[in-house]
Design a protein around this ligand. Sequence first.
Ligand code: FSO
Ligand code: SF4
Length: 537
Amino acid sequence: MFCYQCEETLNGKGCTKKGICGKDEETANLIDLLIYLCKGISVRNVPAMENGAGNPDAGKFIMDSLFTTLTNVNFDKDRYYQLISEAIAIRDKIPKAAGSEHDACTWKPKDKSEVEEKAKLVGVLLTENEDVRSLRELLVYGLKGVSAYYHHAAILGFTDDEIPAFVQKGLASTLKDLSVDEMTGLVLECGGVGVKTLELLDRAHTTTFGKPEITTVKTTVRDRPGILITGHDLLDLKMLLEQTKGTGVDVYTHGEMLPAHGYPAFKGIENLVGNYGRSWWHQKEEFESFNGPVLITTNCIVPPKDSYKDRVYTTSVVGYPGLKHIKADEKGHKDFSALIEQAKKCSPPEAVGNESDLITGCAHDAVLALAGPVTDAIKNGAIRRFIVMAGCDGRHREREYYTEFAKALPADTVILTAGCAKYRYNSLGLGDIGGIPRVLDAGQCNDSYSLVVIAKALAEAFGVDINELPVSYNIAWYEQKAVLVLLALLNLGIKNITIGPVLPAFVSPAVLDVLVKNFGLGKNSTVEEDLKKMVPQ
Ligand code: FSO
Ligand code: SF4
């Protein structure tokens, strides 16, 4: 096993015996093999599609598989064995490419033990050159991010054939000997496909659930049993609310589901009580004290404790051995009656402590509705600077930096956020500037797109380049969706982004050098140093 795809990788180098995330060696190897086979499918399918002989459904399989392999999505070995068999079956129905084929296009196991053995041999370290490996992995992680966001758009009926086509082109490229320039070009192109995917998902969400409105969300609990829903899938929330209506069971959001409260479709629902707890990594204590069933719709799942395991349900691409899994039927409908019946027998949730209200729903439409007051506040100096602090939260102590940074920001600055990173500062009570909240939460990590729409509109209003705006970027990353968001920001021409709390282990010194020289990308430092840099006097 060798995995270095997330920020928490062991010693900033790579997990080799067991993941910090909880993934064991066999699962990590199976993930490598599944990705290897997805590359093999792509090598065959890209030319076959051009000749009208490809499998148009291969893209969906590949993208759902890539999403499954993202950090903290699926820890279930059986699921990976099944996906590996499906991958081989899909690949073998596609006509062979001309000439001799790569092993990923032809390898076939006789039994499970051959799968296990092969899985040990096809990981990240198969590429020996550090810089080539770095560029290939950067591309694959970006493609994982594209796949995750595309999945959410697609289940709402919003698709774009060019996106799965690019994912396959990108995967196929990693089995070829390309020049550094060609590989770098594909990484940057992935950022552009990322922008397209984020825009598609934004359209899917706003068309289906309405345009988010700035909303105050309660974090207190009621004296009735409840179901907690976490992850990013708003359609699951919709179905859960429809099925819990009138049952006496409340619904609370958790983690990345908090922004749901800003959408008109989720307003005025009597049993949608509020948000419970904080970001993903607190789930061991919070799922315990919630007392009722928990539905995990996407990452991040933390290996559950035995004490509450029987109350946790996964759905869609998420999986964990021993947890109950809810599948959609052919029409996409999910039956949550098991959770509802279990909830009725559970005690109400216990309060988690800090119960300050949270503000969300500050997506582009809501913020641009305030364009007048915002531009006035910039012109008259009431707002000196915006700091984009989007991204992820994580367990590491270094992340206290983000709370301290937010606290130390001068009162004439505004934080633009999206993703679970916000839990480091969204309950600090940072107040407002003439009615404009000082923490503008655009939504989930995918809604980082919204922040770019806002920045572009401001640039237009002031007639300046996006990099000349009084905006600094201090982004926290954790997993591969954040890698994609970063590539998307680079594609949009945004320079001088600071990322932290550590640099990705998969970025080699030479690749980092390119990112520093071309984009001014840098790592965060101390609160004092970064304040000097990001909020000039
Ligand atoms: Fe967070 Fe987890 Fe949304 Fe990620 S819950 S860390 S970038 O999966 O997706 O922000
Ligand atoms: Fe390690 Fe992160 Fe990979 Fe898990 S996902 S095995 S923590 S690098």
